[in-house]
Design a protein around this ligand. Structure first.
Ligand code: ATP
Length: 255
């Protein structure tokens, strides 16, 4: 089995607060891996650390068998981790397809500056990139909105657009930060089908999610954080029975 992401001893402190202490994670190719825990447990901090948004205080990081140092977001994207955000971060005034095209430029020669200045190299690549972006919009189910401004899409569709943009970088690992947040039951079903399809198409997914039903239904393995510590790791069935996990959730007033 190929390991896609291997993290050992990830730690991050904010002043007096140990937001992550010594967290380990191994995600194998083709897995959907869940990261759960009560509010403030450190899930987003972990995402921010592995994607280069926060500099870790400690830890070793491997992606696709090679060490990587998560020091800059752009470098991590190039290395092969793409992510979405809890608070959607799209270019609101750009069209859906342009948002995906920006994602694709991580993988092309002319880069974002080429896109901005429309260099000759950029123009040559643009048609192919646009085709690929349209395919990705179709893939996530919002192809008909390609020319709509991102801000005019429904919340659920904006989340799917973020996933399309992440996929555009051809990532080794796609990290989804609460993709179901704010979605209604019907949208959640569609999202679940999409994540399942992404996995079947050979991608590896790391998922932060509050919707425990969604996590338990989708994930192969789960890590549970509480106050920055990893209190459980295992299959959804194992984790659900774990006493520490039950306590952590009840203590946080969640069920
Ligand atoms: N940039 C920061 N500066 C200071 N403290 C931070 C920062 N980012 C996160 N924290 C703190 O670290 C702890 C973990 O926060 P984090 O956002 O990672 O939790 P979470 O599990 O993602 O929570 P939620 O489910 O509410 O999103 C919290 O106590 C939070 O206040």
């Amino acid at each position: 089995m190929t390991t896609v992401l291997k993290v050992q001893g990830a730690s991050k402190r904010f002043g007096g607060l140990q937001a992550l202490s010594d967290v380990n994670m191994q995600i194998n190719a083709g897995q959907v891996y869940g990261l759960i825990g009560p509010n403030g447990a450190g899930k987003t901090t972990f995402f921010n650390v592995i994607t280069g948004l926060y500099t870790p205080d400690g830890g070793t990081f491997e992606l696709g068998g090679a060490p990587y140092s998560p020091t800059a977001v752009h470098e991590v994207a190039k290395q092969g981790i793409a992510r979405t955000f809890q608070n959607i971060r799209l270019f609101a005034e750009m069209t859906a397809i342009e948002n995906v095209m920006v994602g694709r430029h991580v993988r092309t020669g002319s880069g974002l500056l080429g896109a901005v200045f429309r260099t000759p190299g950029f123009k040559a690549e643009e048609a192919a990139i646009r085709d690929r972006a349209q395919q990705l919009l179709d893939y996530v189910g919002i192809g008909r909105y390609a020319e709509y401004k991102a801000r005019t899409l429904s919340y659920g569709d904006q989340r799917r657009l973020e996933i399309a943009r992440a996929l555009a970088t051809d990532p080794k690992l796609i990290a989804l930060d609460e993709p179901a947040a704010g979605m209604n039951a019907t949208e959640k079903v569609v999202l679940r089908e999409l994540i399942d399809r992404i996995r079947k198409d050979g991608r590896t997914i790391l998922l932060i999610e509050h919707d425990v039903k969604l996590v338990m239904g989708l994930c192969d393995r789960v890590t549970v954080l509480d106050y920055g510590k990893q209190i459980a790791e295992g299959t959804p069935a194992e984790v659900q029975k774990n006493e520490k996990v039950i306590e952590a959730y009840l203590g946080a007033g969640q069920h």
